[in-house]
Design a protein around this ligand. Structure first.
Ligand code: TYM
Length: 325
């Protein structure tokens, strides 16, 4: 059976980008693979966080995993910091990764903006991500397109470890969706949708109220052609909305293009608002139910135990290969 691992940072309310690019696909994967999904709180502290808020957001994300349909009897759900092997393996792999490789990481350049005062953890962030993946011998890693470079680095680190020490680590494949791997900002479809965007009109969160969803989608940037056609190069706004529509409704883009032949953007947006609101309503209801129950803690206890068992085995093999007593 295939082994799957992925993680999401608890740095804000999950956006439709995170959901479509990653979470929605986690729910499908749990039916066919041995899945591990974590909340990567150690990655979150590479940018300043308020400690109490971070605690709450970590639990929010666990509840959101459950609300979107992850089932703890099928997938292992855990918090990264609760499995100590991640930090330990992260260090071992920092002694395998090369400075030259980390210098090429686009996300560090974007987030660090060349500043001398960003923390060192932001620089070594992708090595901790490699540890997350490699500890579980994951062969598939479902992520959005923005994580492709980190996954390539993970493979390089694993290959080098296997060559220089012993054949311990499994080389993972990125698993990037055909539709929705890069959901763009609603207010600027040239850049990816991001929870850290300046304007809230950039994104929809999974907890947005129907009124807010309506407002944001009504304002979403389109073009003046008034023809619903998928062409990201010349029609980035409409193509992005088609991606969202298709991912949430399950209808192929080709079919949607046919449905909206001769129908203008007004009706298209109206229907997309309805599809989005209807898709998120049951998730929001379940989130409210779960967040304040003891289910979150129960799931985490079970997840920590199961994840530690797998991770500690790999960590032991890594240490043995490296001569670390
Ligand atoms: P994070 O928390 O930024 O994002 C979580 C997931 O959401 C995807 N994503 C998107 N997909 C499509 N369109 C978008 N606009 C969009 N924005 C975000 C991301 O690609 C990601 O899959 N480094 C990772 C967290 C991580 C991780 C891991 C992932 C840590 N360890 C191990 C996989 C395996 C990150 O920052 O994700």
């Amino acid at each position: 059976m295939e082994r799957v691992l992925s993680g999401i940072q608890p740095t804000g309310i999950v956006t439709l980008g995170n959901y479509i690019g990653a979470m929605q696909r986690f729910v499908k994967l749990q039916e066919e693979a041995d899945c591990y999904f974590c909340v990567v709180n150690l990655h979150a502290i590479t940018i300043p966080q308020n400690p109490e808020e971070l605690r709450q957001k970590t639990l929010d994300l666990v509840a959101m995993y459950l609300a979107t349909g992850l089932d703890p009897s099928k997938a292992t759900i855990f918090v990264q910091s609760q499995v100590a092997a991640h930090a330990e393996a992260g260090w071992l792999l920092q002694c395998v990764a090369r400075v030259g490789e980390l210098n090429r990481m686009v996300q560090f350049k974007e987030k660090g903006k060349g500043s001398e005062s960003v923390v060192a953890g932001l620089y070594t962030y992708p090595v901790l991500q490699a540890a997350d993946i490699l500890l579980y011998n994951a062969n598939r890693v479902p992520v959005g397109e923005d994580q492709k470079q980190h996954l390539e680095l993970t493979r390089e680190i694993a290959e080098r470890f296997n060559r220089d020490y012993a054949d311990v680590l499994t080389l993972p494949e990125p698993f990037i969706g055909e539709v929705g791997a890069r959901i763009m900002g609603l207010d600027n479809p040239e850049k990816k949708m991001s929870k850290s965007a300046d304007s809230e009109f950039n994104y929809i969160t999974l907890l947005d109220e129907p009124k807010k969803i309506e407002k944001k989608l009504k304002r979403a940037v389109t073009d003046s052609e008034n023809m619903v056609r998928f062409d990201p190069a010349t029609k980035p706004g409409i193509s992005n909305l088609l991606n969202i529509y298709s991912s949430l409704s399950g209808k192929p883009i080709k079919e949607l293009e046919k449905d909206y032949e001769g129908v203008g953007y007004g009706q298209f947006k109206k229907d997309l608002i309805e599809v989005t609101v209807d898709h998120l309503a049951p998730i929001q209801a379940r989130f409210r139910e779960i967040r304040n129950s003891d289910e979150v803690m129960r799931v985490l206890e079970q997840g920590r135990e199961k994840a530690s068992e797998v991770a500690n085995q790999t960590l032991r093999r890594m240490k043995d290969a490296m001569g670390i007593i």
